[in-house]
Design a protein around this ligand. Structure first.
Ligand SMILES: Nc1ncnc2c1ncn2[C@@H]1O[C@H](COP(=O)(O)OP(=O)(O)OP(=O)(O)O)[C@@H](O)[C@H]1O
Length: 253
């Protein structure tokens, strides 16, 4: 589904990704771990098409298409979703209205019929139940005055509504209390399917107790330096990144 080959990318003239390669098949959950500043968010942002990143070499193929050729909204319509590390507030824009506009824009781009407010509300109710999101949050401005955990749940709620093919979660677990962590994990697990893939960026093995990854990667200094199964996350938790540096050489991590 997703093939990233030798990706090099810069932000503000500084090279951040330095030959990153990664392949994700439909139905798989891949966790990406790595030290601060390694380029994890940069990777997520580049996949979603966020401004300010310059790809200087390499390629990204998604569902057979050249992803880098697509505008951010075309990527979204093709099924790419990014849950932000720091969800933005859009004061004055009603959350439900925003979600329906995003949902229908994607349907329209795919040549599907748009849902009216009643049909959309029915869908909202189904998804709300899974995430245990308070009804009241639907009627406020997008993320306006939401607590950190409510913002993260709202991101997963958006994901559940949009039903992307590739969902990228950028530290969705940071700042969550244990109930919110479980609710977010339930939301993700409910979405797992043979047609859908997840890239889960996290610092904590704890999340991976609830969302069981098929593959764990370590991203360090702009490249994937180690790939393994769920046991790799446990080893990182036990030994830290120095352990990886010793294994792969100090210049690489
Ligand atoms: N707009 C920017 N201008 C300058 N440098 C930037 C910009 N955005 C990102 N960077 C730099 O790129 C590097 C990688 O950042 P990125 O956010 O991708 O790391 P990360 O692996 O997600 O880190 P963390 O675990 O701390 O979230 C960092 O050194 C960061 O300071």
């Amino acid at each position: 589904m997703l093939k990233i080959d030798n990706l090099h990318a810069s932000v503000a003239g500084k090279e951040i990704l330095k030959g990153l390669s990664l392949e994700v098949n439909a139905g798989e959950v891949h966790a990406i771990m790595g030290p601060n500043g390694a380029g994890k968010s940069t990777l997520g942002n580049i996949l979603a098409g966020r401004d300010g990143y310059e790809v200087t070499a390499g390629s990204i193929t998604f569902d057979g298409k050249d992803l880098l050729e697509l505008e951010p909204e075309e990527r979204a319509a093709a099924g790419v979703f990014l849950a932000f590390q720091y969800p933005v507030e859009i004061p004055g824009v009603n959350n439900t209205y925003f979600l329906r506009a995003a949902f229908n824009a994607q349907r329209k781009a795919r040549g599907e019929e748009e849902l009216d407010s009643m049909q959309f509300l029915k869908r909202v109710r189904e998804k709300l139940a899974v995430l245990h999101l308070k009804d009241e949050l639907l009627h406020r401005g997008v993320n306006e005055g939401f607590s950190g955990g409510e913002k993260k749940r709202n991101e997963i709620f958006q994901m559940a509504l949009l039903e992307p093919k590739l969902a990228i979660l950028d530290e969705t677990d940071s700042g969550l209390d244990i109930d919110a962590l479980k609710a977010v994990a339930d939301g993700v697990n409910a979405q797992r399917s043979p047609e859908r893939a997840f890239l889960v960026i996290t610092h904590y093995q704890r999340l991976l107790d609830y969302i069981k990854p098929d593959v764990v990667h370590v991203l360090a200094d702009g490249r994937i330096v180690e790939t393994g199964g769920p046991e790799l996350a446990l080893e990182l938790e036990a030994h830290g990144y120095d352990w990886i540096r010793q294994r792969i050489g100090p210049e690489a991590a």
